[in-house]
Design a protein around this ligand. Sequence first.
Ligand code: HEC
Length: 148
Amino acid sequence: MRASAALSPFAGLAIALGGVCVGGCPPSDTPPAFPSDYASSYVEVRNCRRSPDHDLAYIRVLTSPEAAETYRTQTGTFAEGSVVLKEEFADPGCTDLDSFSVMVREGASWRWQTVSSDRHVLEDGALPRCIGCHSTCDPQFELTCTLE
Ligand code: HEC
Protein backbone atom coordinates (compact mmCIF):
# COMPACT_ATOMS: atom_id res chain seq x y z
CA MET A 1 0.00 0.00 0.00
CA ARG A 2 1.41 3.43 -0.99
CA ALA A 3 0.51 5.11 2.29
CA SER A 4 2.97 2.93 4.18
CA ALA A 5 5.95 4.72 2.61
CA ALA A 6 4.87 7.93 4.32
CA LEU A 7 4.66 6.10 7.62
CA SER A 8 8.13 4.57 7.65
CA PRO A 9 8.57 4.90 11.44
CA PHE A 10 5.68 2.50 11.72
CA ALA A 11 6.83 0.10 8.99
CA GLY A 12 5.65 -3.38 9.76
CA LEU A 13 3.00 -2.18 12.16
CA ALA A 14 -0.66 -1.86 11.37
CA ILE A 15 -2.32 1.31 12.53
CA ALA A 16 -6.05 1.58 12.95
CA LEU A 17 -7.20 5.15 12.45
CA GLY A 18 -10.89 5.71 12.85
CA GLY A 19 -11.60 2.17 11.69
CA VAL A 20 -9.36 2.43 8.62
CA CYS A 21 -6.29 0.24 8.45
CA VAL A 22 -3.12 2.01 7.28
CA GLY A 23 0.06 0.09 6.48
CA GLY A 24 0.89 -3.53 7.32
CA CYS A 25 -2.78 -4.45 7.31
CA PRO A 26 -3.72 -8.10 7.78
CA PRO A 27 -4.94 -9.97 4.68
CA SER A 28 -8.50 -8.87 3.95
CA ASP A 29 -9.76 -12.43 4.43
CA THR A 30 -8.42 -12.68 8.01
CA PRO A 31 -11.46 -13.72 10.05
CA PRO A 32 -12.33 -12.15 13.39
CA ALA A 33 -11.26 -14.48 16.23
CA PHE A 34 -14.77 -14.44 17.74
CA PRO A 35 -18.05 -15.75 16.30
CA SER A 36 -20.73 -13.43 14.95
CA ASP A 37 -23.16 -14.79 17.57
CA TYR A 38 -20.78 -13.91 20.43
CA ALA A 39 -23.47 -11.73 22.06
CA SER A 40 -25.40 -14.88 22.96
CA SER A 41 -22.59 -17.47 23.04
CA TYR A 42 -19.95 -15.55 25.06
CA VAL A 43 -20.04 -14.69 28.76
CA GLU A 44 -19.91 -11.12 30.11
CA VAL A 45 -17.09 -10.95 32.68
CA ARG A 46 -16.88 -7.17 33.09
CA ASN A 47 -19.99 -5.05 32.66
CA CYS A 48 -20.33 -1.66 30.98
CA ARG A 49 -17.88 0.82 32.45
CA ARG A 50 -15.63 3.73 31.68
CA SER A 51 -12.21 2.73 30.37
CA PRO A 52 -9.10 4.41 31.72
CA ASP A 53 -7.44 3.55 28.42
CA HIS A 54 -7.99 2.53 24.80
CA ASP A 55 -8.95 5.96 23.41
CA LEU A 56 -12.63 5.17 23.64
CA ALA A 57 -14.59 5.89 26.73
CA TYR A 58 -16.74 2.85 27.53
CA ILE A 59 -16.14 -0.88 27.44
CA ARG A 60 -17.56 -4.30 28.19
CA VAL A 61 -15.48 -7.51 28.41
CA LEU A 62 -16.72 -10.93 27.34
CA THR A 63 -14.95 -14.28 27.06
CA SER A 64 -15.51 -17.54 25.26
CA PRO A 65 -17.41 -19.86 27.65
CA GLU A 66 -14.43 -21.97 28.74
CA ALA A 67 -12.42 -18.89 29.70
CA ALA A 68 -15.00 -17.12 31.89
CA GLU A 69 -14.14 -18.89 35.15
CA THR A 70 -10.39 -18.35 34.70
CA TYR A 71 -10.91 -14.68 33.88
CA ARG A 72 -13.28 -14.03 36.79
CA THR A 73 -11.35 -15.91 39.47
CA GLN A 74 -7.93 -14.98 38.09
CA THR A 75 -6.61 -18.43 38.95
CA GLY A 76 -5.10 -21.16 36.79
CA THR A 77 -4.24 -20.66 33.14
CA PHE A 78 -6.36 -19.90 30.10
CA ALA A 79 -7.04 -22.93 27.90
CA GLU A 80 -5.61 -22.95 24.38
CA GLY A 81 -7.94 -21.02 22.06
CA SER A 82 -9.62 -19.01 24.84
CA VAL A 83 -10.89 -15.67 23.58
CA VAL A 84 -11.11 -12.45 25.60
CA LEU A 85 -13.15 -9.83 23.79
CA LYS A 86 -13.47 -6.16 24.62
CA GLU A 87 -16.34 -4.20 23.11
CA GLU A 88 -15.63 -0.48 22.83
CA PHE A 89 -18.50 2.01 22.84
CA ALA A 90 -18.95 5.72 22.30
CA ASP A 91 -21.72 6.15 24.89
CA PRO A 92 -22.04 5.53 28.65
CA GLY A 93 -24.92 3.08 28.15
CA CYS A 94 -22.73 0.80 25.96
CA THR A 95 -25.14 0.77 23.00
CA ASP A 96 -23.14 2.64 20.33
CA LEU A 97 -20.55 -0.03 19.40
CA ASP A 98 -17.41 1.36 17.82
CA SER A 99 -14.94 -1.54 17.66
CA PHE A 100 -13.49 -4.64 19.30
CA SER A 101 -10.13 -5.54 20.82
CA VAL A 102 -9.45 -9.25 21.05
CA MET A 103 -6.96 -11.57 22.75
CA VAL A 104 -6.73 -15.21 21.63
CA ARG A 105 -4.77 -17.71 23.70
CA GLU A 106 -2.04 -19.34 21.61
CA GLY A 107 0.46 -21.46 23.50
CA ALA A 108 1.87 -19.57 26.49
CA SER A 109 0.95 -16.21 24.97
CA TRP A 110 -1.80 -14.36 23.09
CA ARG A 111 -2.65 -13.32 19.56
CA TRP A 112 -4.07 -9.79 19.43
CA GLN A 113 -6.65 -8.32 17.07
CA THR A 114 -8.53 -5.12 16.52
CA VAL A 115 -11.81 -5.50 14.65
CA SER A 116 -14.26 -2.88 13.36
CA SER A 117 -17.90 -2.95 14.44
CA ASP A 118 -18.76 -4.48 11.05
CA ARG A 119 -16.28 -7.31 11.68
CA HIS A 120 -13.33 -6.23 9.54
CA VAL A 121 -9.99 -7.24 11.05
CA LEU A 122 -7.81 -4.12 11.25
CA GLU A 123 -4.81 -5.55 13.11
CA ASP A 124 -3.80 -9.12 13.84
CA GLY A 125 -0.86 -10.98 15.37
CA ALA A 126 1.71 -10.57 18.13
CA LEU A 127 1.16 -6.81 18.15
CA PRO A 128 3.98 -5.09 20.09
CA ARG A 129 1.82 -2.12 21.06
CA CYS A 130 -0.74 -4.34 22.77
CA ILE A 131 1.81 -6.59 24.47
CA GLY A 132 3.91 -3.64 25.60
CA CYS A 133 1.10 -1.95 27.45
CA HIS A 134 -0.63 -5.09 28.76
CA SER A 135 2.72 -6.19 30.25
CA THR A 136 2.74 -3.10 32.42
CA CYS A 137 -0.78 -3.30 33.90
CA ASP A 138 -0.70 -3.51 37.64
CA PRO A 139 -2.49 -5.53 38.86
CA GLN A 140 -2.74 -7.94 35.94
CA PHE A 141 -3.53 -11.60 35.37
CA GLU A 142 -1.90 -13.38 32.41
CA LEU A 143 -1.69 -10.04 30.58
CA THR A 144 -5.35 -9.18 31.19
CA CYS A 145 -5.82 -5.74 32.70
CA THR A 146 -9.47 -4.98 33.46
CA LEU A 147 -10.16 -4.40 37.15
CA GLU A 148 -13.30 -5.77 38.76
C1 HEC B 1 -1.69 1.98 26.60
C2 HEC B 1 -2.10 0.72 27.17
C3 HEC B 1 -2.83 -0.31 26.34
C4 HEC B 1 -2.63 -0.65 25.02
C5 HEC B 1 -1.65 -0.06 24.02
C6 HEC B 1 -3.56 -1.73 24.75
N1 HEC B 1 -4.30 -2.01 25.85
FE1 HEC B 1 -5.77 -3.43 25.97
N2 HEC B 1 -6.21 -2.81 27.85
C7 HEC B 1 -5.54 -1.83 28.56
C8 HEC B 1 -6.21 -1.60 29.83
C9 HEC B 1 -5.81 -0.61 30.90
C10 HEC B 1 -7.30 -2.50 29.86
C11 HEC B 1 -8.32 -2.62 30.98
C12 HEC B 1 -9.70 -2.30 30.49
C13 HEC B 1 -9.84 -0.92 29.95
O1 HEC B 1 -9.89 -0.02 30.75
O2 HEC B 1 -9.94 -0.73 28.72
C14 HEC B 1 -7.27 -3.25 28.60
C15 HEC B 1 -8.16 -4.25 28.27
C16 HEC B 1 -8.10 -5.02 27.13
C17 HEC B 1 -8.93 -6.16 26.86
C18 HEC B 1 -9.97 -6.76 27.80
C19 HEC B 1 -9.33 -7.90 28.59
C20 HEC B 1 -8.46 -7.46 29.72
O3 HEC B 1 -8.93 -7.49 30.87
O4 HEC B 1 -7.29 -7.11 29.50
C21 HEC B 1 -8.58 -6.63 25.64
C22 HEC B 1 -9.15 -7.84 24.93
C23 HEC B 1 -7.54 -5.76 25.13
N3 HEC B 1 -7.26 -4.79 26.07
C24 HEC B 1 -6.93 -5.90 23.90
C25 HEC B 1 -5.95 -5.05 23.42
C26 HEC B 1 -5.41 -5.12 22.07
C27 HEC B 1 -5.82 -6.13 21.01
C28 HEC B 1 -4.50 -4.12 21.97
C29 HEC B 1 -3.64 -3.73 20.78
C30 HEC B 1 -4.31 -3.52 19.53
C31 HEC B 1 -4.47 -3.43 23.24
N4 HEC B 1 -5.36 -4.02 24.09
C32 HEC B 1 -3.65 -2.34 23.51
C33 HEC B 1 -4.43 -1.16 28.15
C34 HEC B 1 -3.89 -1.18 26.85
